[in-house]
Design a binder for this molecule. Sequence first.
Ligand code: ASP
Ligand code: MG
Length: 420
Amino acid sequence: MALIVHKYGGTSMGSTERIRNVAKRVAKWTRAGHQIVVVPSAMSGETNRLLGLAKELAPAKPDTAYNRELDMLASTGEQASSALLAIALQAEGQPSVSYAGWQVAIKTNDAFTKARIESIDDARVRGDLDAGKVVIITGFQGVDDSGNITTLGRGGSDTSAVAVAAAMKADECLIYTDVDGVYTTDPRVVPEARRLQTVSFEEMLEMASMGSKVLQIRSVEFAGKYKVPMRVLSSFTPWDIDINEEAASGTLITFEEDEQMEQAVVSGIAFNRDEAKISVVGVPDKPGIAYQILGAVADANIEVDVIIQNLSKDGKTDFSFTVHRNDYTKTLDLLKEKVLPSLGAVEVLGDAKICKVSIVGIGMRSHVGVASKMFRSLSEEGINIQMISTSEIKTSVVIDEKYMELAVRALHKAFDLDQA
Ligand code: ASP
Ligand code: MG
């Protein structure tokens, strides 16, 4: 007997028919002798619908009283889907009980709309499991010290599931979703993309931070911190497929210790179109410049990603960095108004038509020449690299947005990712 956490995403919970399917699948797992905790998302579209209603009444604003109500509101989506799933399980003859986050309790800090989980009390859940029930815990939400309902940020049910699995020392956390695993890259861009049998948690972290939407990044951080065995798999297989086949399907997220020696050098190609480039041109090259520019940006709560500074010529240099596209005009205005005058720089230039393409793989640690292979492959396609950044397990380049698909396809091929 194992203790397993199942997480079902919004699409998997998208209609009563699908909820019935989830119930049948979960009941199959309990019949096989396992204890199951289920963490569902709201039915697909529900969170957007609820938040949309709030916006009709008053636009989003950085206001604690307003955000508290958003959490009060949005959390009802998961409360509904959880109760529906409990009803469906009971109809299958499987005793089941659902709890909202505060009833468990899942304690969080008080950062409404982006709260962080601090602790989980699993006593009540264990009691129910031992009494033979399936326990359903709402995803996406918790409760702060003052008893206010909080939510964990969009996509937060993944994090709820992993946190519950960590707190209960579950044997595995199965993330059921509308794709059948983690792919070498987005199959919509490269049809030859393959599903990975395993991916290391660090690679998954890089991919999640670079726009792969499969898992909320915080859930991956959580899994890494508490070494929660985690698998991404499809909820669209027939519910009655063989349980062993199901248990081995999808993509397993592994920790390096259990990693086999034969690791592909590059495991995946990630990309995102969400960034924009800012260049400060003709900056006097003297101490404190990076701080003057990036300090002002950080003070405005704008996150910076790739940064480069050119060699100086005649005491002047150019300084470029990328920010999220949503922050693009805000950053440009800030630099033009506040920083440029005191800096003595010549001008600030911006380019929002860029994208970032990255190769990711823990095998890069032990192989040389991986980055140069990437650069060669891009040059053969005539793609100009504007910026480069590297870490131990990834190399990213910033290029013109119009070459994104070409670059991703070329790299996917160059690193043999289309071959099993
Ligand atoms: N329902 C929430 C959302 O749509 C949380 C989740 O689905 O993970 O963001
Ligand atoms: Mg999701």
